[in-house]
Design a protein around this ligand. Structure first.
Ligand code: SF4
Length: 328
């Protein structure tokens, strides 16, 4: 330790376009239709965002059968299977689909490859909402591959008609390892038409790789059920950080993590409002790490328009975007 305490702040970090859109969709639905508005599953995987939206009148449920008939329900950014869409329609619910368009893209790929009778090896975490939604588009055609090791044992019907797709928030490196191991067994394995791991996941991993090389400690702000946040901890450790921890809030930082630490890397997952990062920086400043340098590896300016159910404002005007920023 050279004695100079500093923070390297990764950029891009925090909110992606899909999370921003989903959070604004719930806020907009509350404004438009009044509380309560129901949300199936956590709108995005961040405890702070969920708590703030609950305070505004959102009610989070696990399944649509918990929503009163005729009420408004928002589907989360992670997407839903057709079975959920149908169950909501059967209950007469007014559904607002906040599925990230980059998740919808993977759904469409699954539908298309299933129609062409491919067996789809879906690389992702069994039980994650996004994987359940994507697999639900073509359950007869999808086999989930959880890890590189599973690539060595998964069985397929016809090795000449196999394609891989993936969850959007995985580790890029680990996914490539899984694909390589699948291809070693199934040389005719098809690739998806474009990257399934989204731009935000990739950009945040590239930034933390650069920071991790110089960091004694990396702190990732994000919730335990946030796939891309958990991946950032793993990637930081792989790329040279001596230690890496995930926190929801600044008060979870332990004094002993900072023992002997000169450089602290800080980043946040795609579902994390910047206010939580600021609180971590304030806590670090109090501990003597007030010197903050940003390490930026990409610029991001992508925005998605609101779900179509919310694009007209009350006066009938088109309202592609609005609001935003409340929870930042
Ligand atoms: S992490 Fe990627 S796929 Fe998920 S909501 Fe954000 S942009 Fe969409």
């Amino acid at each position: 330790m050279d004695g100079r305490k500093r923070v390297l702040l990764a950029a891009p970090r925090g909110y992606c376009a899909g999370v921003d859109r989903a959070v604004v969709a719930v806020e907009k639905a509350l404004q438009r239709f009044g509380a309560p508005v129901y949300v199936r599953k956590q709108i995005v995987h961040n405890i702070h965002v969920v708590t703030e939206l609950e305070a505004q009148g959102a009610i989070f449920v696990d399944e649509v059968d918990e929503v009163p008939e005729g009420a408004h329900v928002v589907f989360s950014a992670h997407g839903v299977s057709p079975a959920v869409v149908n169950a909501a329609a059967d209950r007469g619910l007014h559904a607002i689909d906040a599925t990230c368009p980059l998740v919808t893209k993977v759904h469409r790929e699954a539908v298309r490859f299933a129609r062409d009778d491919y067996e789809i090896l879906l690389i992702g975490h069994d039980g994650h909402e996004e994987v359940e939604g994507t697999a639900g588009e073509a359950p007869e055609h999808v086999t989930i591959v959880n890890s590189p090791d599973e690539a060595d044992t998964v069985e397929v019907r016809d090795p000449s008609k196999v394609v891989w797709l993936s969850q959007t928030t995985l580790s890029v490196d680990e996914t490539m390892e899984t694909v390589n191991r699948l291809r070693a067994r199934f040389p005719e394995l098809h690739d998806p038409p474009s990257d399934d791991i989204c731009y935000a996941t990739q950009n945040r991993q590239v930034a933390i790789k650069k920071v991790a090389k110089e960091a004694d400690l990396v702190i990732v702000v994000g919730s335990a059920n946030s796939s891309n946040s958990v991946r950032l901890v793993e990637v930081a450790l792989e790329y040279g950080a001596r230690a890496a921890f995930r926190v929801d809030y600044a008060d979870e930082i332990r004094q002993e993590w900072l023992d002997g630490v000169a450089t602290v890397g800080v980043t946040s997952g795609a579902s994390v409002p910047e206010v939580l990062v600021r609180e971590v920086l304030d806590a670090l400043a109090e501990a003597g790490y007030g010197d903050v340098d940003e390490v930026r590896t990409a610029e991001e300016d992508l925005m998605f328009s609101l779900p179509k159910e919310l694009r007209q404002d009350v006066s009938g005007q088109r309202d592609d975007r609005a609001l935003g920023g409340r929870l930042r």
